[in-house]
Design a protein around this ligand. Structure first.
Ligand code: ACM
Length: 496
């Protein structure tokens, strides 16, 4: 099973489950858990004395029982039960299980490449199958704005479309000449939220601001600083950021109000990463603009009963004390944020960025970033060494991030996400066992194959997954670490 449960007692002996019972009908569907249910020897129950996300699963010919600490716990037990089934048979088993971390996340970037709703639902289903419970949905970026906002129609009529897309890493400057785009209506987003909620996954939406805003500025040039171009077609960081006029601030508040009307998550992402200040040079203190801006947005979210979720740049750019920080610029921001008293989600790029290449095999599609093998992900420790126990307790979990510059389809997303997400799931569930992982994963991949997941085979890429014509730009780890050290100079300068 993946992730491996905390405690397992399995019999060699298995028993058949009658395919006509309600249980298997229930399992055939995309399991959501109706409660209470006690018929035909199948019992689901809640015991609030157990860990909230944990469960006890017992199987025997006389009956199957899942007792969860909550409905989420029962759901996790059901995922384990799904994995126990083989050819309509179950082993006798008693499994007592609970996760290490309460934030077991995955970020999906639907801005660089739009992903249709059905594919997002499938992405959620697969993440939930691995007992992840947070989908961080990166909804906007320089290369596309992906949802309708009442009163701002050009966000989607203009901002959701680009005329061409860079093909491969940006050092090559090749373009495909093919228009790309798409966006979600409010009902699409509600469907995503509801589908995730049935699987005990919280969708944390992100509207990246005030940088990574070129698509919005292309739609409404008055929100920018004189930029009159279109939605960005190349990768990398745009210098075309928001201005900070009353209209731009009202725009951001409008967007966040609308987002809060759709997403019940207490945490709302406002991004805050990689915001160049070039266009603010004529302002009095350009270096202080973002912190001021973040404060206003945090205030607005607080007025709606919500809190800021943001990238670790916010540590020096106005993070309110109750913000949750996604620490991505290598391992050091996790330490800085936890020491500064923030709640942290650990996602250092060198361990958690699933757009980074999986091997040095020349057949890997568009190899970018540092080498991040399956084993590297499996070895990732969300709590870096050196933190005190109370600092470590602020690291509520981790997430892997699926940036989609080089993932133009759900199949490509599958390839980059699996099986590394399987390894990550076991990291955050907290039951790593390197000695058995490989064998368990090999078996698990037969399940993913049956589900139609285009995972990367353990022995290397398939010819069909190659991407000739979209060359990469593999990075050296020491180089990247040196670059990350420079990128985080702001933290050290602030004494963090
Ligand atoms: C990021 O990778 N810019 C958060």
């Amino acid at each position: 099973m993946i992730p491996r449960p905390s405690s397992v007692h399995l019999d060699q002996e298995t028993f058949a489950v009658d395919p006509e019972t309600e249980l298997s009908a229930w399992l055939r569907g995309a399991i959501s858990v109706p409660l209470p249910r006690s018929d035909r020897g199948f019992r689901l129950a809640i015991d609030q004395d157990q860990d909230h996300d944990g469960y006890v699963l017992s199987t025997a010919p006389a009956g199957i029982e899942i007792v969860g600490g909550s409905e989420a716990g029962v759901f996790h037990g059901a995922q384990t039960l799904r994995q126990l089934f083989e050819d309509g048979r179950l082993p006798r088993a008693r499994i007592v299980d609970a996760p290490r971390f309460r934030w077991r996340g995955v970020m999906l970037d639907v801005a660089r490449h739009f992903m249709p709703v059905a594919d997002v639902l499938r992405f959620i289903d697969l993440a939930a199958y691995h007992k992840l419970n947070v989908l961080h949905l990166h909804l906007t970026d320089d290369q596309g704005w992906r949802f309708e906002v009442p009163g701002w129609p050009r966000l989607t009529s203009v901002g959701a479309w680009r005329g061409s897309t860079m093909r491969g890493a940006r050092v090559h400057a090749r373009y495909d000449g093919q228009p790309h785009g798409g966006f979600y209506a409010a009902d699409d987003l509600r469907r995503i939220v509801a589908y995730a909620a049935e699987r005990f996954v919280t969708v944390v939406p992100e509207v990246d601001m005030p940088g990574h805003m070129q698509a919005a500025v292309a739609a409404y040039p008055e929100l920018g600083n004189g930029f009159a171009g279109g939605v960005r077609e190349s990768w990398g960081i745009s210098t075309h950021v928001l201005n900070v006029t009353a209209r731009a601030l009202d725009f951001c508040r409008d967007v966040l109000t609308h987002v809060c009307s759709i997403f019940p998550s207490e945490l709302i992402g406002i991004g805050g990463d990689e915001c160049p200040v070039d266009e603010w040079a004529s302002l009095e203190r350009p270096g202080e603009v973002q912190a001021w801006f973040t404060g206003l947005m945090a205030e607005h979210l607080a007025s709606l009963g919500r809190r800021v979720y943001g990238w670790d740049e916010l540590l020096t750019r106005g993070a309110p004390t109750d913000a949750v920080i996604a620490a991505w610029r290598g391992p050091s921001p996790t330490i800085a944020a936890a020491r500064a008293g923030f709640t942290v989600v650990s996602c250092p790029d060198i361990s958690c960025y699933l757009d980074y290449r999986q091997s040095d095999d020349p057949g890997e599609p568009t190899p970018v970033g540092t080498l991040l093998t399956l084993d590297d992900v499996y070895a990732f420790e969300p709590i870096p060494p050196g933190l005190t126990a109370s600092e470590a307790a602020r690291v509520i979990g981790a997430q892997v991030n699926v940036w989609t510059e080089h993932m133009e389809s759900a199949r490509r997303v599958d390839y980059m996400t699996y099986p590394r997400l399987c390894a990550f799931a076991e990291v955050v569930w907290g039951t790593r066992d390197p000695a058995s992982f490989r064998a368990r994963l090999e078996h698990h991949l037969t399940r993913l194959a049956a589900m139609g997941v285009n995972f990367r085979p353990l022995d290397g890429p398939r010819p069909a997954d190659a991407r000739p014509g979209a060359p990469g730009n593999p990075r050296d780890r020491d180089d990247r670490l040196a670059e990350l050290h420079e990128m985080t100079a702001d933290l050290r300068a602030a004494g963090l």
